[in-house]
Design a protein around this ligand. Sequence first.
Ligand SMILES: [Zn+2]
Ligand SMILES: [Zn+2]
Length: 247
Amino acid sequence: MTIHILGAAGWIPGVNETSCIMVENKGTLFILDAGTGLSNLRKYRAVLEKYDTVYLLLSHYHLDHMIGLIYVDPFIREKKFRVYGPGRMAYPETTEEYLHAFLRKEFFSRSIDTFSRDVQIRDFPSESFFIEDTKITVAGQTHSAPSFRITIDDRFIYATDTVFQAEAWDGISADLLFHECWEYETSGHDRHTSLQQLKNELPLTSFGKIYLIHHNPDWSEEDFQKIREMTEGTNIALAEDGMEIRI
Ligand SMILES: [Zn+2]
Ligand SMILES: [Zn+2]
């Protein structure tokens, strides 16, 4: 499995673009979330060329995870485009209804249905399902709107936009975990996670490596330095756009 980081930031792009991770697994191409990081797809034409279908999985519908949808069609025009999101699993409307509303003609010149020759938009069908040969597992998280942790083949976990929930990690292990980090000291945030919580309450040894994603746009270089110091000697590191990780 190869993981490419296209967007490691949360909310507002800065040093890094917002939420977008590309995963190649068993001959299938996945994109997790469609933040401004999707604009980085232009650097991955050689990867895109290998696949005739792109599977986009949305953790939730907040705009820092969706806005890149208006950049994607030049890259997928000749491909099948499959989009999955939480929909009726957690919301009153389907993913298809939300994306049609988001990309109404008053807001963008093209309907998502015309982004490629073959577009399908679906809700997650269940908490565990297969896309081609890859097992996808989704689990609800606590956030200001329902968000979902996404696990690829029990090996790579993407957990963004969530408060830290210690009980959610009981019995869970993986080669690689991407977890959001919005602050380094715990302030009692009701939507996001701190590095302190991850260090103190996550069973770190259950994961080969942990990368911090969805960085706070307020962080200065001193804040990033502080995080590097706090994670020294641990299996936690800061994610950065352009990173490629193989597991
Ligand atoms: Zn977000
Ligand atoms: Zn969010």
